[in-house]
Design a protein around this ligand. Structure first.
Ligand code: ZN
Ligand code: ZN
Length: 215
């Protein structure tokens, strides 16, 4: 299993390609289509899934183009489904008013699913906080974290569906996962869960946050 990281342009999210030895692949968060993304897709066998970590425009924008290119099934958590058809929820309206064109999902996630990808398995973990339908995709010891967990910070919780209380519960769940994980975030550089447990103040001072927000 190999994960390829594709650099986006502008404000778009990082896109990742999860590639099983069999050639089966999944594309996480196709915000923008770049030449690099296209040429990496050409090197894949069958692209089985387009996996959205949540419904913000910068993660979903090119889902239609990638679906048409690959025939892959589109997956999103049920709570962020409305974002795909509503540019004010996705915030696409701020940057490209009237241009959002994202198909409805083929797979509606609730969290807890295990998606088969060749000989690999992708675990879906529900991680509300940034949005109600945010998820993290876990393959082996790597997680595609979307806008839930970043290098030294976490996703904002002040947009539609965001909740600091939910984020705190999500961070506790992530912090308590057994072992270490490579963390591939929706924006910025990659990190590890252990690095964030130690250095990310939202995780290292989680007890203070819980006191403050959850009482
Ligand atoms: Zn984002
Ligand atoms: Zn977002």
């Amino acid at each position: 299993m190999e994960i390829i990281s594709i650099k986006p342009f502008g404000n778009f999210a990082n896109t990742y390609i999860i590639k099983d030895e069999s050639g089966a692949a999944a594309i996480v968060d196709p915000g923008c289509v770049t030449d690099e993304l296209k040429s990496e897709i050409e090197k894949c066998g069958k692209v089985e899934y387009i996996l959205l970590t949540h419904g913000h425009y910068d993660h979903i924008w090119s889902a239609k183009e990638i679906k048409e290119l690959t025939g892959a099934k589109l997956a999103v958590h049920k709570n962020d489904m409305p974002f795909l058809a509503d540019e004010s929820l996705s915030h696409g309206c701020k940057y490209f008013p009237g241009e959002q064109d994202v198909p409805q999902p083929d797979i509606v996630l609730e969290g807890g699913e295990v998606l088969k990808l060749g000989n690999s398995e992708i675990k879906v973990m529900s991680t509300p906080g940034h949005t109600k339908g945010s998820v993290v995709y876990i393959v082996g010891d790597t997680m595609c974290a979307g806008d839930t967990l970043f290098y030294l910070t976490v996703g904002r919780t002040d947009l539609e569906g965001g909740s600091m209380e939910d984020m705190i519960n999500t961070l506790e769940k992530l912090k308590n996962l057994e072992g270490d994980f490579r963390v591939l975030p929706g924006h910025g550089r990659e990190t590890t869960l252990e690095h964030e447990r130690q250095n990310n103040r939202y995780m290292s001072k989680l007890d203070l946050l819980k006191e403050q927000y959850l009482g």
